[in-house]
Design a protein around this ligand. Structure first.
Ligand code: NDP
Length: 315
């Protein structure tokens, strides 16, 4: 029989690592299953300047390496592999990595979300060299420069509005003639003085050898191509929460994000908590993810302490 852990944390972005740090310091000996490609979205972020406590810019992978080392130092056990299956029907909960089974009295889910990408070779090649999916992370590096934002939803409008305080010009590239974004966000974007629109356009290619120099736009009606010079491309065509593995047990909203009880990280299953971007489609910041990771560990600790007290009094 596998050993029953007090806490199993699945996922190793800022939410999972913070949860592991708090759980370890509460003497809960957490097992952190960090995934085959650990660290989450910050692993593709070049410089972080908005994580409090770091005066100088810090590379995303460096911040994640420090968080991981901290989690290990305070006593978290780490498994580097992807969870392949879970069974949350009863406690202890079961979590499998291939054929290896782990059991946990509580489980903290923090598998994050993945930005949707256009799927171009040039996009992958120029990622972190002008291509980004996060204006709050990377906008600062485009001071007075010319950027393109791709997408027609609320995220694209929000990214464009945020960037308009920093960059020189913005062109929102949208594949249709009408935006999907809410009316209020549309209005704000239409009134943004630096914001122009390229309607009925999609990005056929991002041009540039080692940095972004232009985008090649294709007219979605005529197929006509034209090049638009720019220094940066912000892809804002939505995010996808990484929740498929848990959908059978955990209540998700219509977009696939985990539903948590407001003001908590509790899910519909007692003892299962969700932290970070898999349950947050609004803020999506490293620091807010870390905050909810902390909440999840504190909530797991309280549940275990309450149960232990009940068991003791029943004896
Ligand atoms: P959405 O799914 O709402 O919008 C995605 C946009 O990207 C659409 O305009 C879509 O085009 C376009 N798109 C999708 N795939 C491609 C592609 N391959 N190539 C080009 N364009 C593409 O995602 P969002 O992230 O904008 O929003 C997600 C949710 O979060 C929404 O419910 C939104 O309201 C909410 N949100 C709310 C905010 C707020 O209230 N402040 C801020 C951010 C998000 P098309 O329209 O043609 O399908």
């Amino acid at each position: 029989m596998p050993e029953i852990r007090d806490v199993i944390v699945i996922g190793s972005g800022p939410a999972g690592l913070t949860a592991a740090i708090y759980a370890a310091r509460a003497n809960l000996h957490p097992l952190l299953i960090e995934g085959g490609q650990p660290g989450g979205q910050l692993m593709i972020t070049s410089d972080i300047e908005n994580f409090p406590g770091f005066q100088e810019p810090l590379a995303g992978p460096e911040l994640m390496a420090r968080m991981r080392a901290q989690a290990e130092r305070v006593g978290a056990d780490i498994v580097t592999a992807d969870v392949t299956e879970v069974d949350f029907s009863r406690r202890p909960f079961k979590v499998w990595v291939g054929r290896t089974e782990y059991q946990g009295r509580t489980v903290i889910l923090s598998t994050g979300a993945s930005a949707r990408w256009l799927g171009l070779e040039s996009e992958t090649r120029l990622m972190g060299r002008g291509v980004s999916a996060c204006a709050t992370c990377d906008g600062f590096f485009f001071k007075n420069k010319n950027v393109v934002v791709v997408g027609g939803g609320d995220t694209a409008m929000e990214e464009a509005l945020y960037l308009s305080k920093i960059v020189g010009t913005i062109v929102i590239v949208h594949r249709r003639q009408a935006l999907r974004a809410s009316k209020v966000m549309q209005e704000r974007a239409f009134h943004g003085d630096k914001i122009a629109f390229a309607w009925n356009s999609e990005i056929a290619e991002i041009l540039g050898e080692n940095k972004v120099e232009a985008v090649r736009l294709r007219d979605t009606r005529t197929g006509e191509l034209r090049d638009l010079p720019c220094d940066g491309v912000f892809v804002a065509i939505g995010h996808k929460p990484n929740t498929e593995l848990f959908a059978r047990w955990i209540e998700l909203d219509e977009q696939g994000y985990v539903k948590t009880i407001p003001g908590t990280t509790r899910t519909n299953v007692e003892g299962i908590y969700a932290a970070g971007d898999m349950q947050d489609k609004i803020y999506r910041q490293a620091v807010t993810a870390a905050g909810t990771g902390c909440m999840a560990a504190l909530e797991a600790e309280r549940l275990l302490a309450t149960e232990e007290a009940l068991e003791t009094s029943a004896k």
